[in-house]
Design a binder for this molecule. Structure first.
Ligand SMILES: NC(=O)c1ccc[n+]([C@@H]2O[C@H](COP(=O)([O-])OP(=O)(O)OC[C@H]3O[C@@H](n4cnc5c(N)ncnc54)[C@H](O)[C@@H]3O)[C@@H](O)[C@H]2O)c1
Length: 308
């Protein structure tokens, strides 16, 4: 197996002062990429900031022989996202790879979550992913090449108690990723999302008890980074997908529709009577896009046209 390298590529990684983002940056740099380490240096809840956090991470990568610059902007403002991409252009002359990874948590059960805490979480994860993606997209389009890897979460795919804000933001990132994949396809731009689990400062209280207390080793963040790098490589054509990844397990997550039912004249009663058929997962369909999701209705329409 020949080594997958990123020589000459420029990778922007948001929230890379520590945790998963730092591991991604370290792997990219070790394979020859120039990395832009973005991090606001705040707490897990997004309070405070430390302009030195990104610089310390960049210094560590440089000390390991890598090529890195630091950027302390917040991804959640248009000016911050634009300056981040400017940093990449000024330091390294372009942007080939963006890993949207910055994130915060403000967990509260539904009746306790305040609008401000809902918005703050959406601002960093969802708006931040959008703003950095938009700022980079035009440069990638002009070059005819780009790779986005966005960070979703099992909470966004499946929901999680106390994470109304976080799960909404992470599910939003899945939809955004699929649209960027569709819009980027003809310009050589791919977009995928990961749904990771890793032992970091964000999760040590949640995951620390798992695996007989060995979660730091089993769920080492460095085990997620090869998936991010695989999706970011020029040899990888995969796009518009979501991958589960934790501790060395790599899976594809997909959205499916059951065969369901067709009623030319739906009523509450005839739908309720066929509930089990609607829920039956046998013979499910995995639509690749909105058009494919409409295909079953078009088929029903064609075979029932006389009744409609
Ligand atoms: N660790 C897990 O198990 C897990 C699971 C699912 C998803 N994730 C996601 O992975 C990503 C990385 O999380 P982590 O576990 O490494 O936690 P982390 O707290 O170590 O990393 C998040 C980083 O984002 C930075 N950040 C926060 N707001 C920012 C902003 N506005 N602009 C720039 N940087 C900002 C923080 O300073 C921090 O360094 C997050 O998006 C998180 O939601 C993590």
């Amino acid at each position: 197996m020949s080594e997958k390298r990123f020589d000459g590529r420029v990778a922007v990684i948001t929230g890379a002062g520590g945790g998963l983002g730092f591991e991604h940056a370290r792997l990219f740099a070790s394979r020859g990429a120039h990395v832009v380490i973005n991090d606001i240096g705040g707490s897990v809840t997004g309070d405070g900031s430390d302009r030195g956090a990104a610089q310390r991470a960049a210094d560590e990568i440089i000390a390991l022989g890598g090529s890195a610059v630091a950027d302390a902007n917040s991804v959640s403002t248009p000016a911050g996202a634009a300056e981040l991409i400017e940093t990449a252009l000024e330091a390294f002359g372009g942007v080939d790879i963006v890993v949207n990874n910055a994130g915060i948590l403000r967990d509260k059960s539904l009746l306790k979550v305040k609008p401000n805490d809902f918005r703050a979480v959406l601002d960093v994860h969802l708006l931040g992913t959008f703003l950095v993606t938009q700022a980079a997209f035009g440069h990638m389009r002009a070059k005819g090449y780009g790779r986005f890897v966005n960070t979703a979460s099992p909470a966004g795919l499946y929901g999680n108690f106390g994470q109304a804000n976080y799960s909404a933001a992470k599910a939003g990132i899945v939809g955004l990723t699929r649209t960027v994949s569709i819009e980027g396809a003809k310009f050589g731009i791919s977009a995928n999302a990961i749904s990771p689990a890793a032992h970091t400062r964000m999760t040590e209280n949640l995951l620390g008890q798992l695996f007989d207390g060995a979660s730091a080793d089993v769920l080492d963040a460095a085990k997620v980074s090869p998936v991010v790098a695989w999706l970011s490589h020029e040899d990888t054509d995969v796009t518009g997908q979501v991958f589960g990844t934790a501790g060395g397990l790599v899976t594809k997550v997909f959205i499916a529709e059951t065969k369901g039912i067709f009623e030319a004249n739906p009523t509450i009663e005839n739908i309720a009577a066929r509930e089990a058929e609607i829920l039956d997962e046998q013979g499910y369909l995995v639509p690749e896009d909105v058009g494919a999701s409409m295909a079953p209705l078009l088929e029903h329409y064609a075979s029932n046209v006389g009744q409609l």
